[in-house]
Design a protein around this ligand. Structure first.
Ligand code: ADP
Ligand code: MG
Length: 456
Protein backbone atom coordinates (compact mmCIF):
# COMPACT_ATOMS: atom_id res chain seq x y z
CA UNK A 1 0.00 0.00 0.00
CA UNK A 2 1.44 3.34 -0.97
CA UNK A 3 1.16 6.37 1.21
CA UNK A 4 -1.68 8.57 0.05
CA UNK A 5 -1.24 11.60 2.29
CA UNK A 6 0.21 14.03 -0.28
CA UNK A 7 2.16 15.96 2.34
CA UNK A 8 4.15 12.86 3.00
CA UNK A 9 4.63 11.68 -0.49
CA UNK A 10 6.63 14.42 -2.14
CA UNK A 11 9.52 12.14 -2.71
CA UNK A 12 7.82 8.86 -3.16
CA UNK A 13 5.40 7.76 -5.72
CA UNK A 14 5.00 4.28 -6.95
CA UNK A 15 7.15 4.17 -10.03
CA UNK A 16 10.37 2.33 -10.12
CA UNK A 17 12.26 5.39 -11.23
CA UNK A 18 10.96 7.34 -8.29
CA UNK A 19 12.04 4.68 -5.90
CA UNK A 20 15.45 4.68 -7.47
CA UNK A 21 15.66 8.43 -7.11
CA UNK A 22 14.67 8.29 -3.47
CA UNK A 23 17.17 5.51 -2.89
CA UNK A 24 19.82 7.53 -4.61
CA UNK A 25 19.18 10.49 -2.30
CA UNK A 26 19.41 8.26 0.72
CA UNK A 27 22.62 6.69 -0.50
CA UNK A 28 24.16 10.09 -1.09
CA UNK A 29 23.69 10.71 2.63
CA UNK A 30 25.21 7.37 3.45
CA UNK A 31 28.16 8.03 1.19
CA UNK A 32 29.04 11.01 3.35
CA UNK A 33 29.60 8.64 6.21
CA UNK A 34 31.37 5.70 4.59
CA UNK A 35 34.39 5.34 2.44
CA UNK A 36 33.82 4.12 -1.08
CA UNK A 37 34.97 0.56 -0.49
CA UNK A 38 32.65 0.13 2.46
CA UNK A 39 29.81 1.77 0.66
CA UNK A 40 30.12 -0.57 -2.29
CA UNK A 41 30.47 -3.59 -0.10
CA UNK A 42 27.43 -2.99 2.00
CA UNK A 43 25.12 -0.83 -0.08
CA UNK A 44 26.29 -1.40 -3.65
CA UNK A 45 23.62 -4.03 -4.27
CA UNK A 46 20.90 -2.87 -1.94
CA UNK A 47 17.79 -1.22 -3.35
CA UNK A 48 14.61 0.38 -2.17
CA UNK A 49 11.86 -2.08 -2.88
CA UNK A 50 8.84 -0.33 -1.53
CA UNK A 51 7.52 2.17 0.93
CA UNK A 52 4.63 0.96 3.01
CA UNK A 53 3.31 3.62 5.36
CA UNK A 54 6.36 4.60 7.37
CA UNK A 55 8.31 1.51 6.51
CA UNK A 56 10.99 1.48 3.86
CA UNK A 57 11.66 -2.00 2.58
CA UNK A 58 15.22 -2.35 1.37
CA UNK A 59 16.47 -5.41 -0.46
CA UNK A 60 19.87 -6.87 0.30
CA UNK A 61 21.53 -9.30 -2.10
CA UNK A 62 22.38 -11.88 0.58
CA UNK A 63 21.65 -12.83 4.15
CA UNK A 64 25.18 -11.82 4.99
CA UNK A 65 24.80 -8.30 3.65
CA UNK A 66 21.43 -7.98 5.31
CA UNK A 67 22.86 -9.05 8.63
CA UNK A 68 25.87 -6.79 8.43
CA UNK A 69 23.92 -3.76 7.26
CA UNK A 70 21.44 -4.31 10.08
CA UNK A 71 24.20 -4.73 12.59
CA UNK A 72 26.39 -1.87 11.53
CA UNK A 73 24.38 0.61 9.59
CA UNK A 74 20.73 0.45 10.53
CA UNK A 75 20.91 3.71 12.50
CA UNK A 76 22.76 5.41 9.71
CA UNK A 77 20.28 4.20 7.13
CA UNK A 78 17.33 5.25 9.26
CA UNK A 79 18.80 8.67 9.93
CA UNK A 80 19.52 9.20 6.23
CA UNK A 81 16.00 8.18 5.21
CA UNK A 82 14.47 10.37 7.90
CA UNK A 83 16.51 13.31 6.77
CA UNK A 84 15.40 12.93 3.16
CA UNK A 85 11.77 12.21 3.91
CA UNK A 86 11.53 14.62 6.83
CA UNK A 87 9.71 12.19 9.09
CA UNK A 88 10.27 9.16 11.27
CA UNK A 89 10.61 5.94 9.33
CA UNK A 90 11.42 2.33 9.97
CA UNK A 91 13.76 0.36 7.79
CA UNK A 92 13.09 -3.24 6.98
CA UNK A 93 15.71 -5.28 5.19
CA UNK A 94 14.78 -8.28 3.11
CA UNK A 95 16.96 -10.65 1.18
CA UNK A 96 16.32 -10.68 -2.52
CA UNK A 97 19.14 -12.03 -4.57
CA UNK A 98 17.88 -11.78 -8.12
CA UNK A 99 15.87 -8.72 -7.58
CA UNK A 100 14.27 -7.24 -10.61
CA UNK A 101 15.13 -3.76 -9.39
CA UNK A 102 18.34 -4.24 -11.21
CA UNK A 103 16.66 -4.44 -14.56
CA UNK A 104 16.23 -0.69 -14.68
CA UNK A 105 19.32 1.13 -15.82
CA UNK A 106 20.78 1.59 -12.39
CA UNK A 107 24.17 2.31 -13.89
CA UNK A 108 22.85 5.75 -14.60
CA UNK A 109 22.66 6.28 -10.91
CA UNK A 110 25.02 3.90 -9.22
CA UNK A 111 28.60 3.12 -9.89
CA UNK A 112 28.92 -0.46 -11.04
CA UNK A 113 29.85 -2.60 -8.08
CA UNK A 114 33.20 -4.35 -8.28
CA UNK A 115 33.39 -8.08 -7.54
CA UNK A 116 32.08 -8.33 -4.02
CA UNK A 117 34.94 -10.12 -2.35
CA UNK A 118 37.56 -7.61 -3.25
CA UNK A 119 35.34 -4.91 -1.90
CA UNK A 120 35.43 -6.33 1.54
CA UNK A 121 39.17 -5.89 1.74
CA UNK A 122 40.25 -2.30 2.09
CA UNK A 123 42.00 -1.58 -1.22
CA UNK A 124 44.47 0.74 0.51
CA UNK A 125 46.38 -2.14 2.04
CA UNK A 126 48.41 -4.15 -0.42
CA UNK A 127 51.70 -6.04 -0.32
CA UNK A 128 53.00 -3.66 -2.97
CA UNK A 129 52.74 -0.65 -0.69
CA UNK A 130 53.87 -2.47 2.44
CA UNK A 131 57.32 -1.12 3.24
CA UNK A 132 59.66 -3.87 4.33
CA UNK A 133 62.34 -3.26 6.95
CA UNK A 134 64.11 -5.03 9.78
CA UNK A 135 61.06 -4.99 12.00
CA UNK A 136 58.73 -6.77 9.63
CA UNK A 137 60.80 -8.66 7.05
CA UNK A 138 60.15 -12.07 8.58
CA UNK A 139 56.43 -11.44 8.63
CA UNK A 140 56.60 -10.19 5.06
CA UNK A 141 58.45 -13.31 3.91
CA UNK A 142 55.81 -15.45 5.60
CA UNK A 143 53.15 -13.44 3.81
CA UNK A 144 54.77 -14.16 0.47
CA UNK A 145 55.00 -17.85 1.25
CA UNK A 146 51.32 -17.94 2.09
CA UNK A 147 50.45 -16.17 -1.14
CA UNK A 148 52.42 -18.76 -3.10
CA UNK A 149 50.82 -21.75 -1.44
CA UNK A 150 47.63 -20.75 0.31
CA UNK A 151 46.19 -23.32 2.68
CA UNK A 152 49.09 -25.67 2.43
CA UNK A 153 52.31 -24.56 4.02
CA UNK A 154 51.38 -22.30 6.83
CA UNK A 155 47.91 -22.64 8.14
CA UNK A 156 47.05 -20.59 10.06
CA UNK A 157 49.41 -17.71 9.62
CA UNK A 158 49.34 -15.96 12.97
CA UNK A 159 50.65 -12.39 12.87
CA UNK A 160 51.13 -10.61 16.15
CA UNK A 161 52.58 -7.33 17.35
CA UNK A 162 51.73 -4.06 19.07
CA UNK A 163 49.13 -1.65 17.86
CA UNK A 164 49.68 0.22 14.62
CA UNK A 165 52.65 -1.83 13.42
CA UNK A 166 51.01 -3.06 10.22
CA UNK A 167 49.29 -6.35 11.09
CA UNK A 168 46.01 -5.54 9.41
CA UNK A 169 47.80 -4.03 6.44
CA UNK A 170 49.87 -7.16 5.92
CA UNK A 171 46.90 -9.49 6.36
CA UNK A 172 44.78 -7.60 3.84
CA UNK A 173 47.77 -7.40 1.50
CA UNK A 174 47.93 -11.19 1.51
CA UNK A 175 44.20 -11.32 0.91
CA UNK A 176 44.46 -9.09 -2.16
CA UNK A 177 47.39 -11.04 -3.54
CA UNK A 178 45.62 -14.38 -3.16
CA UNK A 179 42.45 -12.97 -4.68
CA UNK A 180 44.39 -11.64 -7.61
CA UNK A 181 45.52 -15.16 -8.40
CA UNK A 182 42.10 -16.60 -7.81
CA UNK A 183 39.36 -13.98 -8.00
CA UNK A 184 36.58 -16.51 -7.44
CA UNK A 185 37.79 -17.43 -3.99
CA UNK A 186 35.32 -16.98 -1.14
CA UNK A 187 37.00 -14.58 1.23
CA UNK A 188 35.80 -13.47 4.61
CA UNK A 189 37.54 -10.71 6.48
CA UNK A 190 36.27 -9.71 9.88
CA UNK A 191 37.43 -8.59 13.26
CA UNK A 192 37.03 -10.99 16.13
CA UNK A 193 34.45 -8.53 17.46
CA UNK A 194 32.37 -9.03 14.32
CA UNK A 195 32.69 -12.78 14.53
CA UNK A 196 31.52 -12.57 18.13
CA UNK A 197 28.59 -10.35 17.19
CA UNK A 198 27.62 -12.70 14.42
CA UNK A 199 27.77 -15.59 16.81
CA UNK A 200 25.71 -13.86 19.48
CA UNK A 201 23.05 -12.75 17.05
CA UNK A 202 22.95 -16.19 15.42
CA UNK A 203 22.19 -17.68 18.83
CA UNK A 204 19.56 -15.06 19.61
CA UNK A 205 17.84 -15.50 16.29
CA UNK A 206 18.25 -19.26 16.12
CA UNK A 207 20.29 -18.98 12.97
CA UNK A 208 23.35 -21.00 13.78
CA UNK A 209 22.97 -22.76 10.45
CA UNK A 210 23.48 -19.50 8.59
CA UNK A 211 26.49 -18.62 10.66
CA UNK A 212 28.10 -21.98 9.98
CA UNK A 213 27.30 -21.82 6.30
CA UNK A 214 28.88 -18.43 6.14
CA UNK A 215 32.17 -19.04 7.92
CA UNK A 216 32.73 -22.67 7.18
CA UNK A 217 32.42 -22.15 3.45
CA UNK A 218 35.16 -19.54 3.44
CA UNK A 219 38.18 -20.45 1.36
CA UNK A 220 40.23 -17.69 2.87
CA UNK A 221 39.38 -16.47 6.34
CA UNK A 222 41.01 -13.36 7.75
CA UNK A 223 40.33 -12.68 11.40
CA UNK A 224 41.65 -9.47 12.85
CA UNK A 225 42.52 -8.83 16.49
CA UNK A 226 41.75 -12.26 17.85
CA UNK A 227 42.75 -11.14 21.36
CA UNK A 228 39.14 -10.02 21.80
CA UNK A 229 38.13 -13.68 21.95
CA UNK A 230 39.58 -13.66 25.43
CA UNK A 231 37.00 -14.90 27.92
CA UNK A 232 34.30 -15.53 25.32
CA UNK A 233 33.76 -19.20 25.73
CA UNK A 234 30.87 -19.71 23.35
CA UNK A 235 32.57 -17.80 20.57
CA UNK A 236 35.77 -19.74 21.09
CA UNK A 237 33.93 -23.01 20.91
CA UNK A 238 32.25 -22.04 17.67
CA UNK A 239 35.47 -20.72 16.22
CA UNK A 240 37.29 -23.90 17.17
CA UNK A 241 34.95 -25.94 14.98
CA UNK A 242 35.15 -23.43 12.15
CA UNK A 243 38.90 -23.56 12.41
CA UNK A 244 39.05 -27.34 12.25
CA UNK A 245 36.76 -27.52 9.30
CA UNK A 246 38.67 -24.91 7.33
CA UNK A 247 41.98 -26.48 8.17
CA UNK A 248 40.82 -29.89 7.05
CA UNK A 249 39.76 -28.36 3.73
CA UNK A 250 43.07 -26.54 3.33
CA UNK A 251 41.35 -23.20 3.40
CA UNK A 252 43.91 -20.62 4.41
CA UNK A 253 43.36 -18.74 7.65
CA UNK A 254 45.20 -15.63 8.70
CA UNK A 255 44.85 -14.34 12.21
CA UNK A 256 46.20 -11.20 13.80
CA UNK A 257 46.56 -10.39 17.45
CA UNK A 258 48.22 -7.79 19.61
CA UNK A 259 50.04 -10.57 21.46
CA UNK A 260 51.11 -14.15 20.93
CA UNK A 261 48.59 -16.95 21.54
CA UNK A 262 50.45 -17.83 24.73
CA UNK A 263 49.87 -14.38 26.10
CA UNK A 264 46.15 -14.16 25.38
CA UNK A 265 44.38 -14.60 28.68
CA UNK A 266 41.29 -16.76 28.95
CA UNK A 267 41.85 -18.52 25.67
CA UNK A 268 41.06 -22.21 25.55
CA UNK A 269 44.19 -24.34 25.37
CA UNK A 270 43.00 -26.19 22.32
CA UNK A 271 42.65 -22.91 20.40
CA UNK A 272 45.97 -21.70 21.69
CA UNK A 273 47.66 -24.79 20.37
CA UNK A 274 45.81 -24.56 17.04
CA UNK A 275 46.93 -20.96 16.61
CA UNK A 276 50.49 -21.82 17.48
CA UNK A 277 50.39 -24.88 15.23
CA UNK A 278 50.71 -22.96 11.96
CA UNK A 279 53.24 -20.26 11.42
CA UNK A 280 53.59 -17.53 14.02
CA UNK A 281 55.37 -14.34 13.07
CA UNK A 282 55.67 -11.11 14.93
CA UNK A 283 56.03 -7.55 13.73
CA UNK A 284 58.23 -5.39 15.87
CA UNK A 285 57.90 -1.63 16.25
CA UNK A 286 59.62 -0.18 13.19
CA UNK A 287 63.19 1.01 13.45
CA UNK A 288 64.08 4.54 12.50
CA UNK A 289 64.97 3.86 8.85
CA UNK A 290 61.79 1.92 8.27
CA UNK A 291 59.78 4.74 9.83
CA UNK A 292 61.38 7.22 7.45
CA UNK A 293 60.73 4.94 4.47
CA UNK A 294 57.09 4.47 5.44
CA UNK A 295 56.54 8.20 5.91
CA UNK A 296 58.07 8.87 2.54
CA UNK A 297 55.80 6.31 0.89
CA UNK A 298 52.71 7.71 2.61
CA UNK A 299 53.53 11.28 1.68
CA UNK A 300 53.93 10.13 -1.92
CA UNK A 301 50.61 8.32 -1.79
CA UNK A 302 49.00 11.59 -0.70
CA UNK A 303 50.70 13.46 -3.49
CA UNK A 304 53.20 15.40 -1.37
CA UNK A 305 56.94 15.28 -1.12
CA UNK A 306 58.64 16.34 2.06
CA UNK A 307 62.35 17.06 2.50
CA UNK A 308 64.25 14.03 3.84
CA UNK A 309 65.18 16.05 6.94
CA UNK A 310 61.54 16.71 7.67
CA UNK A 311 60.67 13.03 7.32
CA UNK A 312 63.43 12.21 9.76
CA UNK A 313 62.14 14.72 12.27
CA UNK A 314 58.70 13.21 12.14
CA UNK A 315 60.11 9.68 12.30
CA UNK A 316 62.08 10.66 15.37
CA UNK A 317 59.05 12.10 17.09
CA UNK A 318 57.33 8.83 17.78
CA UNK A 319 58.60 5.32 18.01
CA UNK A 320 56.02 2.70 18.27
CA UNK A 321 52.97 3.01 16.15
CA UNK A 322 53.00 3.63 12.42
CA UNK A 323 49.37 4.59 12.66
CA UNK A 324 50.35 7.38 15.01
CA UNK A 325 53.18 8.50 12.75
CA UNK A 326 50.89 8.46 9.77
CA UNK A 327 48.31 10.51 11.68
CA UNK A 328 50.97 13.01 12.57
CA UNK A 329 52.17 13.27 9.00
CA UNK A 330 48.62 13.84 7.79
CA UNK A 331 48.03 16.49 10.44
CA UNK A 332 51.22 18.28 9.54
CA UNK A 333 50.40 18.31 5.86
CA UNK A 334 46.90 19.55 6.52
CA UNK A 335 47.72 22.15 9.13
CA UNK A 336 50.50 23.63 7.03
CA UNK A 337 48.28 23.60 3.96
CA UNK A 338 45.47 25.32 5.87
CA UNK A 339 47.88 28.04 6.98
CA UNK A 340 49.42 28.27 3.53
CA UNK A 341 52.84 27.36 4.84
CA UNK A 342 55.34 25.30 2.84
CA UNK A 343 56.36 21.91 4.24
CA UNK A 344 59.82 23.01 5.21
CA UNK A 345 61.88 21.51 7.98
CA UNK A 346 61.45 24.70 10.03
CA UNK A 347 57.68 24.69 9.84
CA UNK A 348 57.55 21.04 10.70
CA UNK A 349 59.82 21.52 13.69
CA UNK A 350 57.50 24.28 14.86
CA UNK A 351 54.52 22.01 14.52
CA UNK A 352 56.20 19.12 16.30
CA UNK A 353 57.22 21.32 19.17
CA UNK A 354 53.69 22.50 19.57
CA UNK A 355 52.10 19.08 19.57
CA UNK A 356 52.88 17.03 22.58
CA UNK A 357 54.50 13.68 21.94
CA UNK A 358 52.00 11.34 23.43
CA UNK A 359 48.82 11.46 25.37
CA UNK A 360 49.44 10.94 29.04
CA UNK A 361 47.61 8.07 30.70
CA UNK A 362 44.08 9.34 31.09
CA UNK A 363 41.05 7.87 32.74
CA UNK A 364 37.85 7.58 30.77
CA UNK A 365 36.25 10.05 33.15
CA UNK A 366 38.90 12.64 32.27
CA UNK A 367 38.20 12.12 28.60
CA UNK A 368 34.47 12.63 29.11
CA UNK A 369 35.06 15.71 31.23
CA UNK A 370 37.27 17.26 28.59
CA UNK A 371 34.79 16.52 25.84
CA UNK A 372 31.93 17.98 27.90
CA UNK A 373 34.02 21.03 28.62
CA UNK A 374 34.99 21.46 24.99
CA UNK A 375 31.41 21.23 23.77
CA UNK A 376 29.96 22.92 26.83
CA UNK A 377 27.74 19.99 27.79
CA UNK A 378 26.68 18.38 31.02
CA UNK A 379 28.11 14.93 31.61
CA UNK A 380 24.62 13.55 32.17
CA UNK A 381 23.58 14.69 28.70
CA UNK A 382 26.65 13.20 27.08
CA UNK A 383 25.91 9.79 28.52
CA UNK A 384 22.14 10.21 28.59
CA UNK A 385 19.53 8.92 26.16
CA UNK A 386 18.85 12.11 24.18
CA UNK A 387 19.81 12.01 20.53
CA UNK A 388 19.98 15.64 19.50
CA UNK A 389 22.65 16.50 17.00
CA UNK A 390 24.53 18.64 19.52
CA UNK A 391 24.90 15.58 21.72
CA UNK A 392 25.47 12.91 19.14
CA UNK A 393 28.72 14.21 17.70
CA UNK A 394 30.43 14.73 21.09
CA UNK A 395 29.20 11.31 22.16
CA UNK A 396 30.57 9.68 19.04
CA UNK A 397 33.85 11.48 19.47
CA UNK A 398 34.04 10.24 23.03
CA UNK A 399 33.51 6.70 21.78
CA UNK A 400 36.21 7.14 19.19
CA UNK A 401 38.74 8.55 21.62
CA UNK A 402 38.05 5.92 24.27
CA UNK A 403 38.52 3.23 21.66
CA UNK A 404 41.46 4.58 19.67
CA UNK A 405 43.41 6.49 22.28
CA UNK A 406 42.62 4.58 25.44
CA UNK A 407 42.27 1.19 23.75
CA UNK A 408 39.08 0.31 25.60
CA UNK A 409 36.79 -2.42 24.30
CA UNK A 410 33.59 -1.41 22.56
CA UNK A 411 31.56 -3.21 25.20
CA UNK A 412 33.15 -1.24 28.02
CA UNK A 413 32.73 2.02 26.13
CA UNK A 414 29.05 1.21 25.62
CA UNK A 415 28.67 0.75 29.38
CA UNK A 416 30.48 3.96 30.21
CA UNK A 417 28.37 5.95 27.80
CA UNK A 418 25.11 5.16 29.46
CA UNK A 419 24.70 1.47 28.64
CA UNK A 420 24.76 1.72 24.88
CA UNK A 421 25.07 -1.28 22.66
CA UNK A 422 28.57 -2.12 21.50
CA UNK A 423 27.49 -2.15 17.86
CA UNK A 424 26.49 1.50 18.27
CA UNK A 425 29.96 2.16 19.57
CA UNK A 426 31.58 0.36 16.64
CA UNK A 427 29.50 2.30 14.19
CA UNK A 428 30.26 5.62 15.88
CA UNK A 429 33.95 4.87 16.08
CA UNK A 430 34.17 4.02 12.37
CA UNK A 431 32.12 7.04 11.45
CA UNK A 432 34.39 9.43 13.32
CA UNK A 433 37.49 7.72 12.01
CA UNK A 434 36.22 8.29 8.52
CA UNK A 435 35.19 11.89 9.19
CA UNK A 436 38.59 12.74 10.59
CA UNK A 437 40.27 11.74 7.37
CA UNK A 438 37.84 13.68 5.21
CA UNK A 439 36.33 16.60 7.00
CA UNK A 440 38.38 19.73 7.70
CA UNK A 441 36.18 20.95 10.53
CA UNK A 442 36.27 17.57 12.19
CA UNK A 443 40.05 17.46 11.94
CA UNK A 444 40.25 20.80 13.65
CA UNK A 445 37.96 19.70 16.46
CA UNK A 446 39.94 16.53 16.90
CA UNK A 447 43.30 18.31 17.01
CA UNK A 448 41.97 20.77 19.58
CA UNK A 449 40.51 18.07 21.77
CA UNK A 450 43.72 16.10 21.58
CA UNK A 451 45.58 19.16 22.69
CA UNK A 452 43.22 19.53 25.64
CA UNK A 453 43.69 15.90 26.48
CA UNK A 454 47.45 16.09 26.39
CA UNK A 455 47.75 19.16 28.56
CA UNK A 456 45.48 17.73 31.19
P1 ADP B 1 47.82 -2.82 13.20
O1 ADP B 1 46.78 -3.67 12.54
O2 ADP B 1 49.07 -3.55 13.51
O3 ADP B 1 47.30 -2.07 14.39
P2 ADP B 1 47.70 -1.39 10.70
O4 ADP B 1 47.92 -2.52 9.79
O5 ADP B 1 46.30 -0.88 10.82
O6 ADP B 1 48.26 -1.70 12.16
O7 ADP B 1 48.67 -0.21 10.28
C1 ADP B 1 48.51 1.10 10.74
C2 ADP B 1 48.86 2.07 9.62
O8 ADP B 1 50.25 1.98 9.37
C3 ADP B 1 48.15 1.73 8.34
O9 ADP B 1 47.75 2.93 7.72
C4 ADP B 1 49.20 1.02 7.52
O10 ADP B 1 49.02 1.25 6.14
C5 ADP B 1 50.47 1.65 8.01
N1 ADP B 1 51.60 0.71 7.94
C6 ADP B 1 51.96 -0.17 8.89
N2 ADP B 1 53.03 -0.87 8.50
C7 ADP B 1 53.34 -0.43 7.26
C8 ADP B 1 54.35 -0.77 6.31
N3 ADP B 1 55.27 -1.69 6.59
N4 ADP B 1 54.36 -0.12 5.15
C9 ADP B 1 53.45 0.83 4.87
N5 ADP B 1 52.47 1.20 5.72
C10 ADP B 1 52.42 0.58 6.91
MG1 MG C 1 44.80 -3.91 13.04
Amino acid sequence: MWITDPSKTDHVKGSRMEKLKLWQKITVEIKHELDQANFKTWFGNCFLKEVVDDILVITAPSAFIKEQVTLRYLDLLTEAAEKILGKKVKIELVVESNNNHKTVPVEEIFEAPAPSQINILNPKYTLENFVVGMSNNVAFAAAQAVVQNPGISYNPLFIYGGTGVGKTHLMLGIGHAILKKNPALKVIYCSSEQFTNDFVSAIQNHRMGDLRAKYRLAQLLLIDDIQFFSGREGTQEEFFHTFNELQSKNSQMIITSDRSPHEIAKLEDRLRSRFAGGLMVDIQPPDFDTRVAILKAKANEWGTTLPEEALKLIAASSEVSIRELEGKLLQIIQVLKAQNLPTTTENITLFLNKTPKKLPALSHQQVLTIICHYFNLANKDLIGPKRQKELVLPRHLAMYILSEELGMTVERIGQILGGRDHTTVMHARDKIKNLITKDKEMQQIFIEIKQELSTN
